[in-house]
Design a protein around this ligand. Structure first.
Ligand SMILES: NC(=O)c1ccc[n+]([C@@H]2O[C@H](COP(=O)([O-])OP(=O)(O)OC[C@H]3O[C@@H](n4cnc5c(N)ncnc54)[C@H](O)[C@@H]3O)[C@@H](O)[C@H]2O)c1
Ligand SMILES: [Zn+2]
Length: 371
């Protein structure tokens, strides 16, 4: 098939491109090579067997020309600005690229005689806000609001039951959870997902939204301090600096290895997936402090993470995926454990340049009042 991967020069997109080429598809990468991610260079891993169109998703004419010229049948839409904190002050840029870019794509598909017959869009766990929790005392499952400023100012990090005020336990989050966005980035992903599904359903173009959890692995930009906690910690450790931990480090996320995410993208081609939304994670929570410690240990560096006991506005405490739906309906099975994934990440990072812009990014967040 003729397949377009927007954002195909990025971290996840590049692994997807490799897999599609391996499967004998004709692949076109459409990517602007965002400076923050690629530092002005063409990535060394860009697959030479793919066509590469270096262009902006906001460029309507070029995007249209590409889709028509290559008779694109399947589109994986991954091009996006991806920093949660940064999206809170680069509001126009994030909405322009993520929402505006998606509107271009859909407008072109709908208003031209294209050959597009499937659309798969990268959504995000960030659209949930807090994950699901369970209160033993009240025997109730619920999805809380963000923790209050008063609570966080007292360094009370865990989520409390709104009724009995005891600490509650995190549960796997299902696709049916509410999408309560706390950042422009999250909102832009939610809008992207809905736009694609609305237009897909209206025009009978099978569309699938994949809600990726915390994806990690080689090729994630080690010089982009705005996204990807494992890559940020990796960059700090490689540069002999301590990873910075917000709160107490016991907050958890669901880390899914990049090739497992690619597996979900391939499975999404199945017709059973059409017009549906799936979580893509490992289904297991990992503590943020553990991520930092594991990377340092595997790297072989005696660096202790710096626990700040401070919070970032809008951060959630726990969210990990319930992956029952994608397992059952599409046969998804994560293959790479967290520890094995970190080993692969470290092996790669040792051979890669990592400019540590973390402090600069933190200063920026501070100046904007987000820390
Ligand atoms: N990495 C994660 O943990 C994660 C989690 C949830 C969702 N996602 C989503 O997955 C997708 C891929 O993310 P990634 O982690 O590979 O990020 P990435 O930054 O490595 O890749 C994104 C790519 O999009 C390109 N891009 C940015 N702006 C563009 C524009 N205006 N026009 C064309 N191309 C543009 C960049 O150059 C980059 O190559 C994104 O849509 C992201 O929102 C990622
Ligand atoms: Zn309770």
């Amino acid at each position: 098939m003729n397949i377009l991967v927007t954002g195909g020069a990025g971290f996840i997109g590049s692994f997807l491109v490799d897999e599609l080429i391996k499967r004998k598809h004709k692949v076109v990468i459409y990517d602007v090579l965002d400076n923050q991610v690629h530092l002005g260079k063409i990535p060394y891993y860009l697959n030479k067997k793919a066509e590469f169109v270096r262009a902006d998703i906001r460029d309507y004419k070029l995007l249209k020309k590409t889709i028509l010229k290559y008779k694109i049948e399947v589109i994986y839409h991954l091009a996006a600005k991806v920093g949660v904190g940064q999206s809170q002050y680069q509001i126009k840029e994030y909405i322009d690229v993520n929402v505006g870019g998606t509107s271009n794509l859909l407008d072109i598909i709908v208003n031209n005689k294209t050959t597009v017959k499937k659309l798969i869009v990268a959504s995000s766990m960030s659209t949930y806000g807090e994950g699901m929790y369970y209160c033993r005392k009240c025997n109730k499952e619920f999805q809380p609001d963000l923790r209050s400023k008063e609570q966080l100012d007292k360094c009370l990090w865990e989520v409390l039951c709104p009724e009995c005020k005891t600490v509650v336990e995190a549960k796997p989050t299902t696709e049916t959870a509410k999408q309560v966005c706390h950042s422009i980035y999250a909102l832009s992903k939610k809008v992207q997902e809905e736009m694609c599904l609305i237009i897909g359903k209206t025009y009978n173009i099978p569309t699938v939204a994949l809600r990726f959890f915390n994806v990690f692995g080689p090729r994630q930009s080690l010089s982009n301090p705005y996204t990807g906690v494992a890559a940020i910690f990796m960059s700090r450790i490689k540069n002999n600096k301590p990873p910075i931990i917000f709160e107490d480090g016991l907050q958890t996320r669901d880390f899914v290895y990049v090739t497992d995410v690619v597996q979900s993208c391939i499975l999404a081609l199945k017709s059973q997936a059409d017009y549906k939304v799936y979580n893509v994670g490992c289904g297991k929570p990992v503590g943020i402090l553990d991520v930092a410690k594991t990377i340092a240990k595997v790297y072989g560096k005696d660096i202790k993470p710096e626990i700040r006991n401070k919070y970032r506005k809008g951060d959630i405490r726990h969210c990990f995926a319930d992956i029952t739906k994608i397992k059952k309906e599409l046969g998804f099975k994560p293959k790479i454990s967290f520890e094995d994934g970190i080993k692969k990440l470290v092996l790669w990072a040792k051979t890669t340049e990592a400019k540590d812009f973390y402090e600069q990014a933190e200063k920026e967040l501070q100046q904007k009042g987000l820390l």
